[in-house]
Design a binder for this molecule. Structure first.
Ligand code: ZN
Length: 490
């Protein structure tokens, strides 16, 4: 077999291999091409820019394209201007977009202007940011953290709030750093608050002491007084001793104070005072003249003259009306000042318990301001048995009659009605007769009258004379006078 011998063939292709001159020419060729390309591009761009500068309206934004405003602040447009070929066309600019500063975020505001068929739009981004740090607060000392001696840190009283995130207490990181406690919290916008409190192993809190008996406690002469049972607790100490001080004499009418003093191991004391009022038993045959709805110039002053002349003390249940001077005079002349509500408006005072006590507070403040003494004597407009209050709030008298006593007041209805408030139906003689015909030596005589009435003013002298001639005594109501109450009907 014939063998073929293969020969390597080298191809010398002339167009793949350039000589140095050819290379240089080729490079120059392409370089020139690229250069002229760039030149045309730049030229084109310049022409476009020039064209735009000349032909398109321009918008200038005061304050720049990016504005930051605080959360919940009010955003005011920083201002803008527009021109076209040197003419002011600011008034043609239409602004679109709104900024809600109650929500953190970015708000684009666009400014658009058109002139001679050319239009330009610019955008400004307003960023609403929460830049306020959260607040870390403590219910106790803000600088010091007190921990019971020989115990570990168990609870804390911090609270963290952020103007944007609200309550961020759960994100507070608490760490002991040496002799300090470190509190750190970061809000959703990254604002970080750090607070330190010095740790003190000390008990500075007094025990809590709660009496189980009613306070004030009301007794009548001859009753037996027992100390209240109580509950006592302390944050650090377990064995708390309670001492009781103060004298109560149930044989003598008056106001007494019984002090309960609880002391913990660290010497912190808590004192609770129980007020004990010992009332005199109702004094039969006594006449309590009571005057409602005043004071009033022209009648109250005449009534005070008569009482002074006859040496008789009475009780005035006042409102917000009339002059202060007459209340002052009645008080200085030894009469009792009671509270009848400020407005005497049934639709107000009997609409709700809050409404009643708000109104009562007004007249109470007035009396305290005039006499320097708070009054705890009450008369309900219409009496506690009134049914008119049903129109405004069902059951309100049942609630109020017990609530006022809970709050330390005493209320006094009447068992003799002079009928002087019945629209002027009765003259002075009839009023006098209504009163004297109902007087009794077998009970307390609580007489309802009104110092706003001329008829009452005229009847008073004869009522007093009759009482004195028939062996009655007159007195004013005091906080130790037994309540005279009617049946509650609502
Ligand atoms: Zn009245």
């Amino acid at each position: 077999m014939r063998k073929y011998k293969y020969r390597k063939i080298h191809y010398h292709t002339p167009y793949f291999k350039l000589n140095s001159l050819q290379k240089k020419r080729s490079f120059d060729f392409y370089f020139k091409k690229i250069n002229s390309c760039i030149l045309y591009l730049v030229l084109g761009f310049c022409l476009f820019a020039c064209y735009q500068m000349i032909a398109f309206p321009r918008i200038y934004l005061d304050g720049g394209n990016f504005v930051k405003v605080d959360y919940l602040s009010s955003y005011h447009e920083p201002g803008f201007a527009s021109s076209y070929l040197g003419n002011d066309i600011t008034s043609k600019v239409k602004v679109h977009g709104e900024v809600d500063t109650s929500i953190v975020g970015e708000y684009p505001i666009t400014y658009q202007v058109s002139s001679h068929g050319f239009s330009t739009i610019k955008t400004r981004v307003v960023k609403v940011v929460d830049s306020k740090k959260p607040k870390i607060e403590f219910t106790t000392n803000t600088k010091k953290l007190y921990i019971c001696p020989d115990t570990k840190y168990l609870f804390d009283d911090y609270k963290a709030t952020d103007d944007y995130d609200g309550d961020v207490t759960e994100y507070v990181k608490v760490k002991q750093v040496g002799k300090k406690m470190r509190y750190e919290v970061t809000d959703s916008s990254g604002n970080k608050a750090v607070v330190f409190r010095k740790i003190l192993y000390q008990d500075i809190e007094g025990p809590t002491l709660t009496l189980e008996a009613s306070n004030p406690l009301i007794l009548t002469v001859g009753d037996t007084f027992h100390d209240s049972t109580y509950q006592v607790r302390d944050n650090c100490s377990s064995d708390i001793k309670v001492k009781i001080r103060g004298n109560v004499d149930t044989n003598k009418p008056g106001e007494y104070e019984r002090k309960y003093i609880a002391k913990d191991d660290a010497g912190n004391c808590t004192t609770v005072i129980q007020k004990v009022t010992v009332f005199e038993p109702s004094r039969k045959g006594v006449i309590y003249l009571t005057f409602d709805d005043g004071p009033r110039s022209g009648t109250t002053d005449k009534i005070l003259d008569t009482l002074k002349e006859k040496g008789v003390k009475a009780t005035f249940f006042v409102t917000s009306g009339g002059p202060d001077d007459l209340i002052k005079r009645a008080y200085l002349e030894g009469h009792s000042i009671g509270l009848h509500t400020a407005s005497h408006d049934y639709s107000v005072i009997y609409s709700s318990s809050d409404s009643y006590f708000d109104d009562l507070q007004l007249v109470s403040d007035r009396v305290e301001q005039i006499t320097g003494e708070r009054s705890y004597l009450l008369r309900f407009p219409g009496g506690s048995s009134n049914t008119v209050s049903r129109h405004y709030s069902s059951g309100i008298m049942s609630y109020l009659t017990s609530e006022v006593v809970q709050r330390g007041y005493r209320y006094y209805d009447w068992n003799i009605d002079s009928r002087d408030a019945e629209g002027g139906r009765f003259g002075a003689d009839e009023i006098r007769n209504f009163v004297i015909s109902q007087l009794s030596h077998d009970r307390v005589n609580m007489v309802l009258m009104h110092d706003t009435k001329v008829t009452t003013m005229d009847a008073l002298e004869e009522i007093i004379d009759y009482g004195k001639e028939h062996g009655y005594t007159f007195d004013r109501i005091t906080p130790t006078t037994d309540m005279v109450t009617q049946r509650v009907n609502n």
